[in-house]
Design a protein around this ligand. Structure first.
Ligand code: DON
Length: 307
């Protein structure tokens, strides 16, 4: 039996000479302060084992990975009615693109591009004040990660609130089509705070476990129905890496969601949840070494869903 611990230690030492490669996101000024040489991997298997290596206990900004938790919550709240406001197709465009919104009447292609995630935040906000909606998202993440210490990094949220001009454009544009129920500013407040949740690889791997385990926590407690977990994973595979989703599926073969903080959460259905972190990004805004690490892990452990 292949030792997962040995495997991730191997990957860590193989990639070590390249730590720091890629480009740290700087369009959110607070993220530019992160040490580009950080690198961590954490694996949680559904049968109860935990493995980690490197900086897997350092908290980082989960950014777009939070869109997976936001979608899970919003589906719980609104069910399939949500799909009237957001699509389920890969966009083939960058994460913050506005172009398709014009011809597609303000309905974003999928819940993982920024426009789609903003609609999801708007859906979570229904019937609440922004502070309550943010609290709900944070409580959900703490619950699935089984860790009450997880917090929103207020400096990151403020930093994005000050500089998120594209997101403001996306939100206002969708509002003009009637696809935003609240003031753009309120919805974006929820979205920015959700993106600013800080987590370690270990916490993130734990939090993703319900997706690998048919919607259930390790304890057996059901978070979502199996069918919904399967569908969220399908969206992660097809849309989780924006215009690099096809390439990620080709190279890694696992449902996964990236974030500009340099994290990636990947799911090996029926087997494990994996979180990697390396802040240097490729030109699509996905972690460069994180993708390489997952490619090596999926290949050597035989975890690709296509194996
Ligand atoms: O809205 C943004 O631009 C960021 N809060 C999140 C973008 C992101 O993480 C894209 N992922 N690779």
């Amino acid at each position: 039996m292949l030792s997962i611990q040995r495997l991730i230690e191997d990957i860590h030492s193989q990639l070590k000479p390249e730590f720091g490669s890629g480009k740290v996101a700087d369009y959110i000024p607070e993220l530019a302060k992160v040490d580009p040489h950080k690198f961590g991997i954490a694996v949680e298997t559904i049968d109860g084992a935990s493995f980690f290596v490197g900086d897997a206990e350092d908290a980082f900004s989960i950014q777009s990975i939070s869109k997976v938790f936001g979608l899970t919550l919003a589906l719980g709240k609104h069910g399939d009615a949500l799909w009237r406001r957001v699509g389920r197709e890969p966009s083939g465009g960058s994460f913050n693109s506005i172009v398709q919104l014009e011809s597609e009447n303000g309905v974003p292609r999928n819940p993982f591009i920024n426009a789609g995630a903003i609609v999801i935040s708007d859906a979570i906000l229904a019937g609440h004040r922004p502070r309550e909606a943010i609290g709900q998202i944070l409580r959900f993440v703490r619950y699935v990660a089984e860790d009450e210490a997880i917090v929103v990094d207020a400096a990151v949220a403020r930093s994005e609130q000050r500089t998120g001009f594209r997101n403001m454009a996306l939100a206002n544009y969708m509002k003009s089509f009637g696809n935003l129920a609240h003031d753009a500013e309120l919805t974006l407040g929820v979205y920015f705070h959700q993106c600013a949740i800080a987590m370690t690889c270990r916490q993130l791997a734990k939090a993703g476990l319900f997706l690998a385990n048919g919607g259930r926590m390790r304890s057996g407690h059901s978070i979502i129905p199996r069918e919904r977990a399967r569908r969220i994973c399908a969206l992660m595979l097809t849309c989780g890496h924006y215009d690099a989703s096809g390439d990620f599926a080709f190279r890694v073969g696992l449902p996964a969601k990236s974030g500009v903080g340099g994290g990636i959460l990947a799911v090996a259905p029926g087997l494990a949840s994996i979180a990697v972190w390396s802040p240097g990004l490729d030109r699509h805004g996905n972690s460069q070494l994180g993708t390489r690490a997952l490619q090596a892990l999926a290949e050597r452990a035989g975890w690709s869903i296509f194996d």
